[in-house]
Design a binder for this molecule. Structure first.
Ligand SMILES: [Zn+2]
Length: 167
């Protein structure tokens, strides 16, 4: 165990305490207070490599992540490493659940882009690397709702909705 301690450095204790809390049934987020990557994930050094803390925590409980799958934060809190807040997802499901990326489109809704011809708001969805056009709409909101409908069909519980709970 001495070897492990040197690999994981000073942050090992925080990691272990977080895991202990999770195993005791803690329901809330367990936020990493150590170093954070540019994309907002907690990390530490293990075996000479930078490893995401949430991945280490999930693997400590469930074993290695199966090939081709990734972890998805159900709670959307990237600092959280409570294994109960993580689930396996394909890359496509993971992208579906992510909030809209910034830049590119002139719409604040996910899955909606503006085009210069009427009707000006186009809904689109990306699935498995393919772009699927869902039609063009006179209003931004109509396009956003069309995206939501399609996202529910394609992604089920992984859908990130512009109007959650049918608001
Ligand atoms: Zn969480």
């Amino acid at each position: 165990m001495t070897r492990k301690r040197t690999m994981w450095g000073a942050r090992r204790r925080e990691f272990e305490e977080g895991l202990r809390l999770a195993r005791a049934g803690w329901q809330g987020c367990i936020e990493w207070r150590g170093a954070v990557t540019g994309s907002g994930y907690g990390y530490l050094w293990a075996s000479g490599k930078v490893r995401h803390v949430h991945i280490l925590a999930w693997e400590a409980v469930n074993g290695p992540i199966p090939a081709g799958l990734e972890l998805d934060h159900i709670c959307r809190n990237r600092l959280c490493f409570n294994p109960a807040h993580l689930r396996l997802a394909t890359r496509s499901q993971n992208a579906a659940y992510a909030p809209k990326r910034r830049g590119g489109y002139r719409s604040c809704f996910k899955g909606v882009e503006w085009r210069s011809r009427p009707p000006p708001w186009r809904a689109r969805l990306r699935s498995g690397g393919k772009l699927i056009y869902l039609g063009c709409f006179p209003t931004e909101e109509a396009a956003a709702r069309a995206y939501d409908e399609a996202a529910k069909r394609f992604f089920g519980e992984f859908a990130w909705l512009n109007f959650p709970e049918g608001a």
